[in-house]
Design a protein. Structure first.
Length: 110
């Protein structure tokens, strides 16, 4: 139609598995579920605390890969918060006039 191509807003979702998960998310969740099955198979589930301990890997990884609005999932939020808190907090000005300021300062010294 008029040789125009409109890119839909959700093009990134087409690259995800089931439109929600990256391969790393599924590996993480699969590892948590596998560890839960191993713990259930080898530990006697006689008390509530042992049961909670056995189910915690699947619950924690399920929480991490749970989709969240405006972000991909909880794991992405945690990673971005960690990077924000551990990176440099003072930012150098590199705006539209940065090159002009640097060049003018060098010319004045010389």
């Amino acid at each position: 139609m008029y040789d125009n191509y409109l890119i839909p807003a959700n093009t990134k979702r087409g690259q995800l598995i089931l439109g929600l998960f990256r391969p790393m998310d599924l590996y993480l969740f699969g590892g948590g579920v596998l560890l839960t099955f191993i713990l259930i198979a080898f530990l006697p589930l006689t008390s509530t605390m042992v049961t909670v301990f056995c189910l915690s890997p699947a619950a924690i990884t399920g929480f991490l890969v749970m989709p969240v609005p405006y972000y991909h999932n909880m794991l992405v939020i945690i990673i971005e918060a960690y990077q924000f808190l551990t990176n440099r907090q003072r930012y150098r000005w590199k705006g539209w006039c940065y090159r002009n300021v640097v060049i003018k300062k060098r010319k004045r010294r010389g």
